[in-house]
Design a protein around this ligand. Structure first.
Ligand code: CDT
Length: 324
């Protein structure tokens, strides 16, 4: 067996005006909880350090920039001024973290990014490929949930690179990891790229609106509870199905709750096993650590038998996927 204790760090309501120091204190509390429970790998949400700002049309550059982390060309995210204490704490506790954030490169290019950080070292970085929404807002009503990722970010340019987490080798033979960000989880292509590289754990942070008729194209009179349930259903559907067909664990971490008291995000923080079963999930819509003991050898059933890619795949018939 290759046992490992992992967690999703769900983060509840974060308002547009919530000070960075306050969010950071909450994240550090989650790290301390993980340490108490001897967790070795914790996955945090998409844009962990701030509210999900692409829902707003922000015309003030100073405010817009305040949601981004300025990366260093050598050290990446770990010494960025607003977030350094978080990475210092994770290193001090010996916990590996996957954390999503709005990245500004040294050349000023904006990406929606997740980094895998261990002992203050960026082991790997992923930039969101599937940016949902539009460049223009639906309207400028203050209650509208916009989805302006195409306005604020460039599409990711790093592809889907699986990597080993050597820092976890003391626990278990270094697992092979993949990262996706929110909307990416709905697309089979990214999962398969990681599956083909033998990934054993998929790490996914997200901000998914519970109610946004403009975005989902739903009937504006649809029952709100139904809309929330449906959004949660689709989140679980894709994560469970893709974890199963690629024979890997999946850890999903939600930014959830009612931002600004009026923009609701779904929960759904969970750990899924390679057979597609949920083995741990959130109980609240606030800050919460969802912990699971996993055995990486559980991937073998799918990788060596049910799907055994090298025996059963027929790539000569899959060309249309990359041709269109
Ligand atoms: N953050 C993010 O990617 N959200 C999208 C909203 C839906 S876009 C139709 C998601 O896929 O959850």
């Amino acid at each position: 067996p290759r046992p490992l204790r992992v967690a999703a760090a769900q983060v509840g309501r974060v308002d547009r005006s919530e000070p960075r120091a306050s969010v950071l204190a909450r994240l550090i509390t989650l790290l301390e909880e993980a340490d108490k429970q001897a967790v070795k790998l914790v996955v945090f949400p998409e844009t962990t350090f701030t509210t999900f700002f692409p829902r707003y049309l922000i015309t003030d550059d100073v405010e817009l920039n305040s949601f981004f982390e300025n990366e260093d060309a050598v050290t990446g995210i770990v010494d960025a001024p607003n977030v350094k204490p978080f990475f210092d704490k994770a290193a001090q506790l010996g916990i590996d973290v996957v954390v999503g954030y709005a990245e500004k490169t040294p050349d000023g290019v904006p990406y929606n990014t997740a980094s895998y950080v261990s002992g203050r070292r960026v082991v790997s970085k992923y930039r969101k490929v599937h940016l949902p929404g539009a460049f223009e807002p639906f309207n400028d009503h203050p209650d509208t949930t916009n989805q302006l990722e195409k306005r604020y970010f460039k599409p990711g340019d790093l592809g889907f690179q699986a990597f080993r987490a050597p820092s976890l080798r003391h626990e278990v033979k270094s697992p092979i990891i993949g990262m996706l960000i929110c909307n990416d989880r709905r697309w089979a292509e990214g999962w398969r790229c990681y599956g083909l590289q033998g990934a054993e754990i998929m790490c996914i942070g997200y901000n998914t609106v519970a109610w946004a008729p403009e975005l989902w194209g739903a009937d504006p009179n649809m029952d709100r509870d139904f809309a929330r349930q449906d959004a949660l259903f689709h989140h679980k559907l894709v994560c469970q199905a893709h974890a199963y067909t690629n024979a890997m664990f999946c850890i999903t971490a939600a930014r959830c709750g009612w931002d600004d008291g009026k923009f609701e995000l779904i929960t759904g923080s969970m750990v899924v096993d390679p057979e597609g079963h949920i083995i741990a999930e959130n109980k609240t819509d606030g800050d919460e650590l969802v912990v699971a003991d996993i055995d990486l050898d559980a991937c073998l059933q799918g990788k060596a038998r049910t799907f055994a890619f090298e025996k059963h795949r027929r790539p000569e018939h899959y060309g249309v996927i990359v041709e269109r």
